[in-house]
Design a binder for this molecule. Sequence first.
Ligand code: BEZ
Ligand code: FE
Length: 316
Amino acid sequence: MSTTPADSRTPADSRTPADSRTPAESRTPTAPKTPGQLTDEVLASFDRCPDARLAELMRALVGHLHRFVTETRLTPREWERAIEILRATGEITDERRQEFILWSDALGVSMLVDALAHELPAGATESTVLGPFYVPGAPLRAYGESIAGEPGAGVPALVHGRVASIAGEPIAGAELDVWQNGADRLYAVQRPEAPEDHLRGRFRTRSDGSYAFVAVRPVPYQIPHDGPVGRMLKLTGRHPWRPAHIHMIVRAEGFQTLTTHIFDASSPYLDSDAVFAVKPSLVREFVEHAAGEPGTPPGVEGDWVSVRADLVLAPA
Ligand code: BEZ
Ligand code: FE
């Protein structure tokens, strides 16, 4: 929906001419307070806030919230339900289940905040959501090592490429922190019985900026949908699926840290990601290989796939 000048008015601006008279003019001591006067009163309550940015954020929040209530003619029953959703969100949230972050993801706010914060120079690899399944402290692994801590985790996938600056210079010693789901659609943190370091690891680039590791082909999966976010998805006719992807955080001194994904070009849901995190530049072909084909990574038996993902970091 496009923003018309009328949309960008504050609630006070959008009052009727009669409402826009000063309180003294429009209200005798016994006249009821108008909705516009109420909004003004709340906005004015932040006038003595010593932190200018906090005052700006609170005024904008109240302004938008009051306009939302006014424009939709929100009923008391609907507001009670909204508060119940917040209560249920708090109840289901703990350090493993971050339902507030899930709201931010499912409403596209995580991607919007990221887009506004990272206006990247041309050529830099784009960022996308972190998601709730990142656990810091993955083991440092050797070039080419597998991140699968259990047999049968999925089709082996050789992931390789180069990390470089915008000028194309290789970045040696950059750290790639990677994690992904297995063929059972789950991340290791979602399975208490899984080895702690299953399907995650940190790798360092070599002197020519190259990196390689053996992952498994990621599969599409559903974001947690047995809570309030899931109810919203169901009631609004949305699905909870994310397209297949591998997560990475790339860190290198003197460069902006990059949180990104490698998406599988053959995956369903690339055009309807539940968290709006697909960027076309992050979609890569996973090339299929027969067992024993030249270039088969050591220890890989059976058919496998490979994907090349070159990564370009923006300067800090
Ligand atoms: C993920 O990719 O791990 C993810 C991102 C947002 C919400 C749920 C999961
Ligand atoms: Fe994910």
